[in-house]
Design a protein around this ligand. Structure first.
Ligand SMILES: Cc1cc2nc3c(=O)[nH]c(=O)nc-3n(C[C@H](O)[C@H](O)[C@H](O)COP(=O)(O)OP(=O)(O)OC[C@H]3O[C@@H](n4cnc5c(N)ncnc54)[C@H](O)[C@@H]3O)c2cc1C
Length: 392
């Protein structure tokens, strides 16, 4: 196997790493304490083209469509600021969904996202339909050239900041996922109601709100893609998203290791730096082994996608391993820092609080394990069963 990075990848990794260290890292504490999406930071990210990096060139993006390159970029940002990395990922996912739209929709909704002028939101989760997405109840009825949407969504990233929301709702009573469609809802659509802003454990540089739809009326032309195909489109987007979620976790895990190594060299106890104690060395070594293993699996999953090979099971494996490894690394980093690790003045408690979300969103790690097992067993509904690939 060839592990050599292309010149473009090396350059992007270096430039984005330098940018994140210089421009984002000093703001991490402020971002965490202010709680909410920062347009100032978003414009900073836009100044180097990050929101649109993965977007199509004809709509103002940079056209970097390699998942491996995207993975490395997100890892570099997340190494210095988790929220910015996760916000960029959210933007890329929404841009990805918009690529199934028609030219008019792409011009209106995709272009502003590519150039960093606006953000969008994606509303799938409901109070009673989280992991069990297919049980969603929100409805969209076609009446006189308009869809009338009713229902409720929760935990929606960037709700309140977003110009529009891609809302998943049932357009037919057909059971299961074939009755679910994706709809573009502008922020000023009648009957579109913003819920309260959530106070969160981590990922606090984003705004999270619930949404309600009370006979919310949108033109029928705001259907995104084909009626009844919304769920399948979203699931395809989520598969790539899992690899990028692994990248968010990896960046934070690396930050936990970097901070721990530095601290272990500097902190004296019993007359020696704590890094000279074998129990501390063991923790550092385990962190390094696990992070490197997770990185290899994540890059492999991305490489499979880039080479048009089935990667579903690897995306789930990468997401599970990288996010579990990152959580363990963050907890161990706090341990290595001792009491200082528990203090907000030090970086590692924020890593611990941020990384927790990577085990929950984009499909919880329990759901990833179910996907992996289903693929192994070739069960109904598995990627293998649906698309007939032998190697998944
Ligand atoms: C900060 C944040 C941002 C988010 N952003 C968005 C967004 O922008 N858009 C959006 O639509 N959603 C978003 N979400 C929602 C997120 O995707 C869901 O929280 C997630 O899918 C889990 O759903 P749930 O919270 O309802 O948990 P549940 O599905 O109720 O799960 C609870 C627990 O049960 C486990 N579990 C569930 N089913 C099974 C099973 N079959 N077998 C074993 N264990 C199981 C889960 O793994 C979990 O541990 C966000 C969530 C958060 C916290």
């Amino acid at each position: 196997m060839d592990f050599t990075l292309t010149e473009e990848q090396k350059l992007l990794k270096k430039n984005i790493g330098d940018f994140a260290r210089r421009e984002l890292a000093p703001l991490v504490r402020e971002i965490d304490e202010k709680e909410g999406f920062s347009w100032e930071i978003w414009h900073k990210l836009a100044s180097i083209g990050l929101p649109g990096l993965a977007g199509p060139e004809e709509y103002g993006g940079a056209g970097v469509d390699s998942l491996l390159t995207q993975t490395m970029v997100i890892e570099e940002i997340a190494r210095h600021d988790f929220s910015s990395a996760a916000n960029v990922v959210s933007n890329w996912s929404i841009m990805n969904l918009l690529t199934v739209g028609n030219e008019g929709q792409k011009d209106r909704y995709l272009r502003p996202l590519c150039i960093g002028e606006a953000v969008g939101a994606f509303a799938q989760t409901e109070p009673n339909a989280g992991s069990d997405v297919a049980s969603m109840r929100a409805t969209a009825r076609l009446v006189d050239g308009h869809y009338i949407i009713n229902g409720e969504k929760v935990f929606i990233t960037q709700a309140g900041e977003a110009e529009f929301t891609i809302v998943m709702a049932r357009t037919s009573n057909e059971k299961g996922t074939n009755g679910i469609s994706a709809l573009l809802v502008d922020k000023d659509a009648p009957g579109f109601i913003l819920g309260k802003k959530e106070a969160k454990l981590g990922f606090r540089g984003s705004t999270t709100r619930s949404l309600a739809f009370d006979d919310c009326r949108i033109p029928a032309s705001n259907l995104l893609g084909e009626e009844g195909k919304g769920f399948k489109t979203a699931m395809k987007m989520l598969t790539g998203g899992r690899v990028i979620t692994a990248a968010q976790a990896l960046g934070q895990a690396q930050a936990a290791l970097d901070a721990s190594v530095n601290y272990a060299k500097e902190r004296p106890q019993f007359g020696k730096p704590i890094g000279s104690f074998q129990l501390i060395q063991g923790m550092l070594a385990d962190m390094a082994v696990q992070i490197e293993s997770a990185r290899l699996l994540t890059y492999y999953a991305a490489w499979l996608k880039d080479n048009d090979q089935p990667f579903n099971i690897y995306a789930s494996m990468a997401k599970t391993l990288a996010t579990d490894v990152a959580m363990k690394a963050a907890v161990d980093a706090v341990q290595i820092f001792g009491g200082y690790g528990f203090m907000r003045d030090y970086p590692v408690e924020k890593i611990m609080r941020n990384v927790k979300i990577t085990q929950i969103y984009e499909g919880t790690n329990q759901i990833q394990r179910l996907i992996i097992a289903r693929e192994l067993l070739g069960e109904k509904g598995s990627f293998r069963e649906m698309y007939g690939h032998n190697k998944t």
